[in-house]
Design a protein around this ligand. Structure first.
Ligand SMILES: Cc1ncc(COP(=O)(O)O)c(C=O)c1O
Length: 444
């Protein structure tokens, strides 16, 4: 059957099977802008989002009584699995003893030490979202270097940080299509180069006006685009040579292991940012500094009543609740043993998809980074964000998401991406493999 005809069939099935979600989506047009709590939620593939009822471990149910295996896991924020016991216990206990005080608690020290043990950076600060951690890291990098611009890789995503929602069009830096309300033209704030382009990187850094490079260690937001051998060496050497700070954003690449890609591949960033899953989905994020950068910052930043008048942290960041929950989540949920299991499940997922692609002779491929797996509807692995973007297939993306959803499987929106949690089982993975195999068979 053609992809168009299949999509038609799947849309009908989705509408028929989700009457309550549909009803709620209609009602939501009253109180909510565009009928959704966040703008991008209009992009779910069925035309309206499934309304969630409950979630536990790697599964959730919707208001129409369907159960799903969740491979989206809140796009990594619930990579711990939903509501893991240690996280919920810490949440309950701490919530009864205070939520936010503008005072530190001992948990902040524990979490700081643990992040140092995992990622190697010497000192830490806390925020509530990875977006904010990136914003604050950029501000501090500008303060330290006295330089105005930042450099990002084409088709990156680092949250709604104004400077980063930029792309290259005919060599010029412009706002990404669909970006909302950029404060200034993006070529005033941002340099953009292709991932895996060492010459482009060196050329742009040579201008001497870049405060920091903000990079995921592998692109994960235009599908997974891994670093080619040697690219990280060039990235580190060229940032050092030009006095540019290197910020590694581990928010998604924590999938590579308990210390993210940085620990798994021995990176040496000046700053590191992370958010999403570190508190099991309760808002919490952190940004860390190498010993050298921390020393330079402590020497530079005012230590009197002028300290942080701009309120880099914000009043509710580093609250005692999110730190207690981060502590429990890191200590008892996102453990080394959990990652071993999750990565083995990622390998099983990858194998299942690769075999189905091969069996049906489709010109597609599958890529994995730790416990994150993704398939793209093109034969070769992309080397750059542009190649990955050009290889996108909106029709097939929509179809595969809906096909999976109609069979009780939630994939990460905007990608064909799946994440394993400590609660995910081999049966969950095999269920996806069977559904993917059926879809591939119908499309072949
Ligand atoms: C690499 C990366 N950094 C930062 C963010 C922003 O995270 P949040 O939306 O939780 O602030 C995202 C979100 O997808 C991300 O993928």
């Amino acid at each position: 059957m053609s992809a168009e005809a299949l999509l038609e069939r799947e849309l009908e099935h989705f509408e028929r099977e989700h009457p309550r979600s549909r009803e709620l989506a209609e009602e939501a047009k009253g109180p909510l802008l565009s009928g959704v709590p966040m703008p991008w939620m209009i992009r779910w593939p069925g035309g309206f989002p499934v309304f969630a009822a409950e979630a536990h471990g790697a599964r959730f149910t919707d208001v129409d009584g369907h159960e799903y295996v969740d491979f989206c896991l809140g796009d990594t924020a619930a990579m711990t699995g939903h509501s893991p016991d240690p996280t919920v216990r810490a949440l309950r206990e701490q919530a009864a003893k205070g939520i936010t005080l503008m005072l530190p608690s001992e948990d902040a020290l524990w979490v700081g030490r643990e992040l140092t043990r995992r990622f190697g950076l010497a000192r830490w600060q806390f925020a509530l979202t990875a977006t904010d951690a990136n914003r604050f890291a950029i501000r501090l990098a500008r303060e330290l270097t006295g330089r105005p611009k930042i450099l990002v890789f084409n088709w990156c995503y680092h949250g709604s940080v104004d400077e980063t929602v930029a792309t290259l069009r005919n060599g010029a830096v412009v706002a990404r299509e669909g970006n909302v309300g950029p404060p200034v033209p993006l070529d005033e704030t941002t340099r953009v180069v292709e991932w895996n382009d060492p010459e482009g990187l060196e050329r742009e850094l040579a201008h001497g006006d870049v405060a920091c490079v903000l990079a995921e260690p592998a692109l994960t937001n235009i599908g997974i685009v891994l670093a080619e051998p040697g690219f990280h060496d060039v990235l580190r050497a060229s940032t050092r040579d030009t006095g540019t700070l290197l910020i590694i954003d581990e928010t998604h690449t924590i999938c590579a292991g308990p210390g993210g890609y940085t620990a798994a591949y021995g990176l040496e960033p000046d700053l590191l940012t992370i958010g999403k899953p570190i508190a099991g989905g309760i808002p919490a994020a952190a940004y860390g500094f190498s010993a050298e950068v921390a020393e330079r910052l402590e020497a530079l930043l005012p230590a009197d009543e002028r300290a942080d008048v701009g309120g880099i942290g914000g009043t509710v960041a580093a609250n005692v609740l999110s730190l207690a929950v981060t502590r429990a989540t890191l200590a008892e949920v996102l453990t080394e043993e959990a990652f071993e299991r999750m990565i083995a499940l990622g390998e099983r997922f990858e194998r299942g998809v690769a075999e189905a692609i091969e069996r049906h002779g489709l010109p597609w491929h599958v890529t994995r980074l730790g416990c994150r797996v993704e398939y793209l509807f093109r034969p070769e692995r992309p080397r750059t964000g542009s190649e990955a973007a050009a290889g996108g297939n909106a029709l097939l993306d929509r179809l595969i998401h809906l096909y999976a959803l109609n069979r009780g499987i939630l994939l990460t929106p905007f990608h064909n991406m799946a994440l394993m949690s400590p609660a995910t089982t081999e049966e969950d993975v095999d269920r996806h493999t069977a559904v993917f195999n059926d879809a591939a068979g119908e499309l072949a």
